[in-house]
Design a protein around this ligand. Sequence first.
Ligand code: PMP
Length: 387
Amino acid sequence: GKHVCECNACYGGPHCSVFLPECIADADSGDPMFLEPFWLKHAASSTIVVPGWHRMSYEFNDDSLISKELDAQIRKLHAVTGNAVTDGRFIIFGVGATQLLHAAVHALSTTNHPSSPSRVVASTPYYPIYKEQTEFFNSEDYKFEGDTSLCNNNSGCQGNFIELVTSPNNPDGQLKKAVLQGPSAKTIHDFAYYWPHYTPIPALADENLMIFTLSKLTGHGGSRFGWAIIKDEAVHQRMLTYMNLSTYGVARETQLRVLKLLKVAVENEGKEMFNFGYQTMRNRWRKLSKTMSLSKRFSIQELETQFCSFSEEVRGATPAYAWLKCEREEDKDCNAVLHSVNITGRHGSLFGAESRFVRLSLVKSDDDFDLLLKRMGTLVSQENNND
Ligand code: PMP
C-alpha cells in the first residue's frame, strides 16, 4: 500500500524531503521532546503491557490510591540525584504539577476568613499558570496578588502569604530562594526543573512543600504525572482531600508507566539519562550563546557556574529556556520582532514582565532547536550587515 508520511511542519513533498523556507520556528511550548532519543534507545526496557483485566480496581490492594512501589522508586530517584530530602516526608501524586500546584495553594490557604483571603505571590518573571489558575478557581480563600515585591520593608505585608518559588525559574533559569519571611508567609517550591538536565544541583532541597513533575524529568508530559513532598501532616491531609474530591487519584496505568520509566531513569545511578539530558542542553545553550554573543540588539540571560553535587563537578548553566531581551528602544514588542523572521516565542508580558522580553523554548526536538538557531543566526547577521 501507499505509505503516507506525516511531515514535520518545516518539510513537505512526497518523502518529507522538501524544506519549506517560510515555516515557523516554534519555540513557544516547553514540551521536553529533547529526551525522545534517550527513550528510543531504551525502548525495550521502558515498555509496559497492560492486559484488559489488569489494574481495574479504583484502589491498590492496601486500599490506597498511591502505588507503594512508585513511592519507593521516587524516594530512590531523589537519593540518586541528591536534589531533595524525602526521609520522614509525605509524598502524594497528582495529575501533573498543574493539579498539585492548585492542591497546594488550597492546602496552604486560610479557610473561613472570607474577608482576608491568603495572598498568592511570585517573583517576576513567573510561570503564568500561577496567576491564571488562581484567578480561574476564583476561591474566597486566596487571591493572586502579583509580585513578591508588593511586600517590602514591612509595608504591604499584612495578611497571610503563599509564595510560589520556582527554582530554577521558568522563564529565566535562575535558582531562586523564597523572598518573604516570617510566620505569615508559606511557600510552595516548584522544582519542575530542579534536575541535572537544567541546572547544577548545588544542594539537597529541604523545603516544606516541594513539587516535581515527570514532564521535565523524563519528557513524558503527556502522562500527566507529578508528585509533592510534604513536611507537615495537616497540609498533607488537606492535599489528599483535594485529590480525593477532584480526581480520586492518578490513573493506575499512569502509575505503572511512571514506575517503569523511573526504573530506567535511575539505572547506573542515573548517569545515562542525566548525562544525555545535560549534554543535550549544554550543547544547545553553547550554540545559542555563541550566536547571541555577536548581537547588540538582543541579549539572553546570564547564569552562574556552580558546583553540582550530582555530577561532582563545576557546571555551567543549561537552562530550559532562553529569556531573550530586545535591547533597542524601538523594539518594545520583542515577539513581533521575532515574528519578522518566522520565530514564535512566548510573550514576556505573560510572565508579568515587559514585552521586550520573550521566552524561547530550548527543550523541544533537535529539528525544532536547529531551526530556531538558524533563524536567530539570520536575525543577528541582518543586524551586523546593517551596522
Ligand atoms: N511548573 C512549572 C514551572 C512548569 O514549567 C510546568 C510545565 N511547563 C509545570 C509546573 C506543569 O507541569 P506538568 O506537566 O507536570 O503539569
